[in-house]
Unconditional design. Structure first.
Length: 463
């Protein structure tokens, strides 16, 4: 049978989820080591505080002690010296989702939040509803919720709330990560094409979600967006209860009398009026999903509302980074046309009369490609000016697959929008500082660090 695991090594330890799992394994008495190419705060500090040795760079010698188990991160590919050493020496290895399943999720009541958009916000909100009401859940979230201060925590309560990502698990396991999470309740928020580097088309993504839905037990619940046309064919299942939420007629959990304001949104369900301090239609759906799930798990409307009152949002989701010279700089993780469109719509409600700038870094594996060439034009409908940065890692894409920035600029200009394609952060900062005026709002869209553009904009405009 399996020999007991005492020592464990994490390859790619500085990811939020990897570092959190490493710390939790250490708390359980395991000897933990790790390595990473990029060792920097906040996770390097987090690991240092817990005295977990982190080796900079990947090398075979990092595994000379032959750990009992090696956890291989999903950014690691064949050719990585540590991955090759593991295979050469037949060491026991697994992915992070497998480790989570075996050590942390099995036997718990697992609430898995999935979908193309809104996963992080909905997971954070659900975790806060449980935490605020004293249920002390374990959680794993792909962002940092301001209320919780960290993206992951492992407790001994019966609840495990986890963001279920459809991205693949590891180089040796091409199934979506969420296949490992033992769902009791699955929230499926929406379904669109994304991750063009691993999914061929929308049907391939639908297939992955189909497999996931098959994992739900008969005493579980599939809670899905009933307004989403792409999702509809996946909801005709008989092995578990299905409940639909949404804004249209016929949903079991339906929001009506929705009122969008510049700092808050209100909506009603048949028995209760909810008030939230977040903006836009996408967030009404996120809140509805959370209401449906929390009520299913035994919480009352007033308990959910009480948590909504004190929810402070998530870093990098419409996060105001500062105001300088009267110009407000907003940071948003949006990189899919739908996310960009919905964020700009929400900002337009919040800032109805201000000039709204959108600065976009095409950095994700999908946004660098031309699959959304036309969708991106519509995505910027609510912006008054658009700035496009150089497309990341352009040389890695065949010319016929790349996003065409010149065409995007022309299409935007045909709609009467000033649009510029600028090579780097310094050029963008100079352009915005020269042209922005007091009262303008500048929203930066990127799923990376984007060269620290937010701080540079604030500093330059402040001068």
């Amino acid at each position: 049978m399996f020999s007991p695991v005492e020592s464990i090594h994490f390859v790619g330890i500085c990811g939020t989820a990897m570092a959190s799992a490493a710390a939790a394994m250490q708390e359980r008495g395991f000897q933990v080591t790790g390595s990473d190419q990029n060792v920097y705060p906040p996770m390097s500090t987090f690991l240092a505080e817990r005295k977990i040795p982190v080796l900079g760079g990947y090398a075979e010698r990092n595994l000379a002690h032959k750990p009992d188990r090696v956890v291989i991160g999903n950014a690691i590919s064949r050719g990585n010296p540590e991955a090759e050493f593991v295979l050469d020496h037949k060491l026991r290895y697994c992915s992070l989702p497998e480790l989570l399943k075996e050590f942390f999720i099995r036997g718990k009541r697992s609430l898995v939040v999935t979908g193309t958009h809104g996963k992080t916000t909905a997971t954070a909100l659900l975790a806060w509803v449980f935490e605020h009401n004293g249920l002390n859940p374990s959680y794993l979230i792909g962002g940092i919720p301001n209320n919780l201060g960290q993206g992951a925590r492992f407790t001994d309560s019966e609840w495990f709330i986890i963001e279920g990502d459809e991205y693949d698990t590891a180089f040796f396991d091409k199934r979506s990560k969420f296949m490992h999470y033992h769902p009791e309740v699955a929230i499926v928020n929406n379904l669109e094409f994304d991750h063009a580097d691993i999914f061929e088309n929308l049907e391939a993504i639908k297939n992955s979600f189909k497999h996931f839905i098959r994992l739900l037990p008969r005493n579980g619940l599939l809670l899905a967006n009933g307004d989403d046309r792409n999702l509809a064919p996946l909801l005709n299942v008989t092995h578990c209860p299905v409940k639909r939420f949404g804004l249209e007629e016929g949903n079991a959990v339906q929001a009506f009398n929705i009122r969008y304001g510049p700092t808050a949104t209100e909506f009603e369900i048949p028995s209760f009026k909810f008030h939230t301090n977040f903006l836009g239609e996408l967030n009404v759906r996120n809140a509805l999903a959370v209401v449906g799930c929390a009520k299913h798990c035994g919480l009352k409307n007033h308990q959910i509302q009480s948590a909504f009152d004190s929810f402070k949002g998530i870093k990098r989701r419409m996060e105001v980074r500062g105001i300088a010279g009267g110009v407000t700089v907003v940071d948003d993780f949006g990189h899919h046309p739908t996310a960009i469109r919905e964020t700009l719509r929400a900002l337009r409600i919040k800032y109805p009369h201000q000039k709204l700038w959108a600065i976009f870094e095409p950095r994700s594996n999908t946004s660098r490609r031309n699959v959304f060439q036309n969708d991106l034009v519509d995505a910027f409908a609510d912006a008054d000016a658009v700035v496009l940065s150089q497309i990341a890692r352009l040389e890695l894409l065949a010319p016929q697959d790349r996003l065409d920035p010149e065409k995007l600029l022309q299409d935007l200009k045909l709609l009467g929008k000033p649009a510029n394609y600028l090579p780097d952060v310094d050029a963008i900062v100079a352009h915005v500082a020269k042209n922005a005026q007091g009262g303008d709002v500048v929203c930066v869209f990127s799923n990376g660090g984007f060269g620290g553009i937010h701080g540079k904009l604030l500093e330059r405009i402040g001068r």
